[in-house]
Design a protein around this ligand. Structure first.
Ligand SMILES: [Zn+2]
Length: 324
């Protein structure tokens, strides 16, 4: 049995899986409250891991490993986080793995949260049963991951799959990473919202402006539902960039399945259809008719399940059975 933990900027999710039976035995979600500092958060994590194991009626000694998804960069050899931009203090050199292991006596493996999402979707979700799966998480930023022959391809320290930081325009807008013209700077949820704000300020989006004035939060789905032509042109352009980003990854890996997840992917089939069309137009040397481009199947569960599967893989567990 394995515990998955998904450490997020606002909440922490826990799940205990029985990998042999393919069952989730217990779950738990708590606020992160990262303003309390890493020591306090880690102490709460220890308590919550004990609790989720107790909720399932399982002994701690039966847990073979813990996978912990983190929203950023970490050192695989030491189990320290290096940079978690969405947590207060950014968690530079926080010994997440060693602290949990010392308190619980269980090995801990860290994984980037986008990689955990793709691993879960490949094992249990939209990519289930396929050998090669790539995934995009499209939310505030854009992340991703690569599963080859049902194994996560990690690159150095788990950094393979940063699809949001592929350069799509040599002189494009600056990205949060410092580079110019990254996919993320064109087509992440926050990029779409920033572009919509410019339209509102210049008077080109009166319907959207009215909705925001009535207290609606400016999100891509509110943008989709408004009647402003300029906003729909903006969305169409963002879909073109997303499609180009997916097309580049399809050309590289020729996967069986491309899974689109994250809050922006909840726009669903219109976004998927637009991306598919761009991939068909741009990938002339890849058999794109045999590549499924689909939205994620596991919803908010993907991160925590992927972290548990990661622990199973790293501990050498033979058979990780599909969830029933
Ligand atoms: Zn970037």
């Amino acid at each position: 049995m394995f515990v998955g933990v998904d450490l997020g900027g606002t909440k922490i999710a826990y799940a205990l899986i029985d990998h042999k039976q393919g069952r989730v035995l217990a779950r738990r979600v708590t606020p992160t409250d990262s303003a309390d500092g890493p020591d306090a958060v880690l102490m709460r994590m220890v308590g919550d891991i004990r609790q989720v194991v107790a909720d399932a009626g399982v002994a701690l000694s039966d847990i073979r490993g813990i996978g912990c998804g983190v929203p950023g960069v970490y050192d695989d050899a030491t189990g320290h986080t290096l940079f978690l931009p969405n947590l207060v203090g950014t968690w530079h050199q926080v010994p997440v793995g060693p602290t949990l292991t010392a308190a619980l006596g269980i090995p801990v493996w860290l994984i980037n949260d986008a990689r955990a999402f793709v691993l879960a979707e490949a094992a249990y979700g939209a990519g289930r049963g396929h050998a090669n799966v790539v995934g995009f998480t499209i939310g505030t930023g854009i992340g991703g991951g690569v599963v080859i022959n049902q194994q996560l391809y990690m690159g150095i320290d788990g950094t393979a799959g940063e699809f949001g930081h592929q350069t799509l325009a040599l002189d494009g807008p600056q990205c949060g990473c410092g580079n110019y013209g990254c996919l993320e700077a064109f087509a992440s949820g926050s990029a779409m919202v920033a572009q919509a704000n410019v339209l509102i300020e210049s008077g080109q989006a009166p319907d959207l402006a009215r909705r925001i004035a009535h207290g609606m939060q400016l999100t891509p789905s509110v943008m989709v539902s408004c009647s402003d032509i300029a906003v729909h042109q903006l969305l169409a352009q963002a879909y073109q960039y997303l499609g180009a980003g997916v097309a580049n990854v399809v050309s590289l890996f020729s996967p069986n399945v491309v899974v689109l997840g994250g809050s922006v992917a909840q726009l669903g089939e219109p976004l998927c259809a637009a991306v598919r069309q761009v991939v068909i137009e741009r990938c002339r040397a890849t058999p794109v008719a045999r590549i499924a481009i689909v939205t994620a199947a596991l919803g908010g569960d993907a991160g925590v399940l992927g972290a548990a599967v990661w622990a199973a893989h790293r501990s050498g567990a033979e058979d990780v059975r599909a969830l029933t």
